[in-house]
Ligand binder design. Structure first.
Ligand SMILES: [Fe+2]
Ligand SMILES: [Fe+2]
Length: 267
């Protein structure tokens, strides 16, 4: 642990396939060097196959720090999420689905989330039964996030999800798919609890940073987005999360304090 800070590495959308052997080892080694804990915001696998999870589990032996993750939509594609979860849990990953954990003193509340769109254009539970079911899924995920947040008593809380809670970090994607990239309903619980940081993935072509209405910072840590934006760095971000008693101690991107070892998106 780096003194009064815990260094939190964040990334998403690994999309590990059956042929990804060796593809993540260098990345995970770099994360281990740069951070104290890691969070992964979903789409760990490409088709949600146990074989893919087994490949990822082997890669994860290079990630020698505590790690928490949520599932993404891809992790559910093959209907084998129970097996995938077991394989990754056995590999040491704390998979969160409406629950919370504490890593190095930082509380992490995790949920997959769901779509439905943002703000006044969000889908409403009205009309056809299937539309109501769609909205109900988003409401249910928001309630799960709220329940997870309610369990935490740590000074610093990370909200981890696959879908975005705000529109800003999906801007840049085709407008037509916004409703499938996130839901404002996920923003509501974040505003009701003392959340320090929000991470999500899923919007591979979105924006890096946004904020909730109550000014909680939201980071899209999708690997394809980070790779495109920071071509000369491995695709993860590192945040210094203060662990002291100072009031209003805000997490910062590691680079903003000028440390070479954990520069910005890591070096
Ligand atoms: Fe993805
Ligand atoms: Fe996704």
């Amino acid at each position: 642990m780096a003194g009064a800070f815990v260094r939190v590495a964040a990334l998403a959308d690994l999309h590990c396939t059956k042929t990804s052997q060796g593809a993540f080892q260098n990345l995970f080694t770099r994360i281990t060097e740069a951070a104290d804990i890691a969070v992964i915001a979903g789409d760990l696998t490409d088709y949600g196959l146990p074989e893919e999870a087994a490949v990822l589990a082997k890669e994860l032996t290079s990630l020698r720090i505590p790690v928490a993750a949520v599932f993404g939509n891809h992790d559910l594609e093959s209907g084998k999420s129970v097996e995938v979860r077991q394989i990754l849990t056995d590999a040491g990953v704390k998979i969160l689905d409406g629950d919370a954990c504490e890593l190095q003193g930082i509380g992490i509340a995790g949920v997959k989330g769901f779509g439905g769109g943002f703000g006044r254009h969000a889908l409403a539970p009205w009309g056809e039964t299937i539309i109501k079911q769609f909205v109900h899924e988003a409401v249910d995920e928001a309630l799960k996030l709220e329940a997870a947040l309610a369990r935490l008593r740590t000074k610093q809380i990370v909200a981890l999800m696959h879908y975005s809670p705000v529109q800003q970090t999906v801007d840049g994607e085709p407008l037509e798919i916004y409703p499938f990239l996130g839901s404002s309903r996920l923003e509501e619980p974040i505003s009701r609890y003392p959340v320090s940081l929000v991470f999500h993935g899923h919007a591979h072509r979105g924006q890096l940073e946004g904020a909730t209405k109550t000014d909680v910072k939201v980071y899209n840590v999708s690997m394809p987005l980070l790779t495109r934006t920071f071509a000369d760095r491995p695709p993860f971000r590192v945040f210094d999360v203060p662990m002291g008693d100072a009031e209003n101690a805000q997490p910062t991107l590691a680079a903003s304090r000028g440390r070479r070892a954990t520069d910005a998106i890591a070096s």
